[in-house]
Design a protein around this ligand. Structure first.
Ligand code: DQA
Length: 149
């Protein structure tokens, strides 16, 4: 089992960027948390971050046939990127959208995601735990799909 965790623009700035919203933990701390969680579950994770929309599309496409699931925090592209929406639809791999902050408690423009229609579900507002909850959700989905077969 291999889960691809993708982070979009400015998530490499965690710990520096608006710590009152995103917390003090750095991107390296986030990677460590996800890797430790995956090790406890006995699964593999691949971590990827880019500030560029096309690079995020490439990462999603490259997951085709390789990853069992995708966890994605598209950052600000959440609210604008039809290219990322289409990429997720293209690979038909179970995908969970995550956000560190509760986007519904923030500015109006953050309340709408163009990505969500292509995702299994959305987890937001749990800080870095949003990612580990999403990994667990994919694991549950893959296990229940396997039982049905
Ligand atoms: C975010 C929320 C987005 O609105 C914002 O543009 C981000 C981070 C979050 O994790 O809370 O970059 O996706």
């Amino acid at each position: 089992m291999n889960i691809l965790v993708i982070n979009g623009p400015n998530l490499n700035m965690l710990g520096i960027r608006e710590p009152e919203i995103y917390g003090k933990a750095t991107y390296a701390d986030l990677c460590r948390l996800i890797e430790e969680h995956a090790a406890q579950l006995g699964i593999d994770v691949t971590l990827y971050q880019s500030n560029h929309e096309g690079a995020l599309v490439d990462a999603i496409q490259q997951a085709y046939g390789k990853a069992d699931g995708i966890v994605i925090n598209p950052g600000a592209y959440t609210h604008t990127s039809i290219a990322i929406l289409d990429a997720i639809k293209s690979v038909s791999t179970p995908t969970v959208e995550v956000h560190i902050s509760n986007v519904h408690q923030r500015e109006e423009f953050r309340r709408h995601s163009v990505i969500s229609p292509a995702c299994m579900g959305v987890i937001c507002g749990f800080g870095l735990d949003s990612y580990t909850l999403a990994v667990q959700a994919i694991l549950n989905k893959v296990a229940s799909d396997a039982e049905e077969m």
